[in-house]
Design a protein around this ligand. Structure first.
Ligand code: GLY
Length: 354
């Protein structure tokens, strides 16, 4: 979808922007001057490199969806990010299952893929589903076979580091089962001595407005660590983990997917922005909606507030951006045209007490 210079010139005339190549300026400088909207890209905090890559591509004329996918591919490929793609934490049986969706604002299209095994870039698979099928959501073995038909290579996504984390979780779940962590002869209650294992719902969401004012977004994740096999979170579900409307903006999320599935959070944020709320206000409203709808005691702390966190990231058509979470401490990655991206604090409903 890379927009060629000739097409850009044609579009510029069609939209009446009066594009004239200045003899003093390079094509790229002229391109920036003709921009209707300053490009912007926002992502979850693990997207510093992703947002920088996406911005670099957009400043060279790339479509926002191409840019966001290329950005999140860096994180999907990174074995050190245990919440996304290759190296993601597996399900309870030690198998990595990935979820992702994409939405392309200008064509009003989107697609998701869920419970995908053995393919490290589910965002690319979601995009092929969008472009080469009449479907919007594919899952499991069918999605894998579809991806292979399109040339995606299967590989083992479970890194040694992720396998060891999973084993730590499995061996410390209970003192009643037969899986034992390393222990000494005199140890008692083996299997209950490590409760601080990593259990994430980490994810990357990335949303962008390109130099033509077009908006797109991507969300991709390995989902809830140690989930029941087949569990699907919000990340592959349009409206829950991501939503884009080219006339309004884009929003996406990381954190407890179940809360977003129950509240259709991302589409709500876009609708709040349509009603005139800023991206940050809209994200805060989605947080409040989750709080208002969380009734189960098991999910609430002693103050009747959610024990879990959800973080939102949004941009609007004017290139304004913002992020918010239920609990303080969350950050987002942002790039408004610089070489390096920056981390910014999210707004929040409740301050965490240390
Ligand atoms: N938000 C990611 C998940 O819950 O799977």
């Amino acid at each position: 979808m890379k927009i060629k210079r000739r097409e850009f010139l044609k579009n510029s005339f069609i939209t009446g922007s009066g594009f004239m190549l200045s003899p003093k300026l390079s094509f790229l400088e002229d391109l920036k001057m003709q921009t209707k909207v300053k490009p912007v890209v926002i992502s979850s905090a693990n997207g510093l490199q992703a947002t920088a890559k996406a911005m670099e591509m957009m400043l060279n004329g790339a479509d926002a969806l191409d840019a966001c996918i290329a950005g999140v591919n860096i994180v999907e490929d990174d074995p050190n990010d245990m919440s996304v793609g290759y190296g993601g934490l597996p399900n309870e049986e030690g198998v990595v299952e990935l979820d992702s969706c994409v939405m392309h604002g200008p064509s009003c299209r989107g697609a998701g893929v869920a419970s995908l095994r053995n393919i490290k870039n589910p965002s690319k698979v979601a995009r092929v589903i969008m472009e080469r099928t009449d479907h919007v959501l594919m899952v499991g073995d069918g999605a894998l076979r579809f991806a292979k038909a399109h040339g995606f290579m299967e590989e083992n996504l479970l890194t040694e580091a992720a396998r060891k984390e999973w084993l730590k979780w499995k061996e410390n779940l209970s003192k009643e089962d037969d899986w034992l962590p390393e222990h000494k002869l005199e140890d008692k209650d083996i299997g209950e001595n490590l409760k601080n294992y990593v259990r994430t719902t980490g994810t990357i969401n990335c949303n962008a407005v390109d130099i033509f004012g077009n908006i797109s977004g991507v969300t991709t994740t390995s989902g809830l660590a140690y989930k029941i096999p087949g569990r699907v979170g919000d990340s592959p579900i349009l409206g829950a983990g991501l939503y884009v409307d080219n006339e309004v903006g884009a929003a996406g999320s990381t954190g407890r997917g179940e809360a977003n599935l129950l509240n259709c959070s991302s589409v709500m944020i876009v609708e709040y922005m349509r009603q005139g709320k800023s991206p940050e206000q809209a994200c805060l409203m989605a947080c409040q909606r989750i709080v208002d709808h969380t009734k189960e005691a098991r999910l609430l702390n002693d103050d009747k507030k959610p024990k879990f966190n959800v973080t939102f990231y949004a941009v609007n058509k004017r290139g304004e951006y913002g992020g918010a979470a239920i609990w303080s401490g969350a950050k987002y990655a942002l790039n408004t045209g610089e070489k390096e991206s920056v981390l910014k604090e999210c707004a929040f409903l409740y301050r965490r007490v240390k």
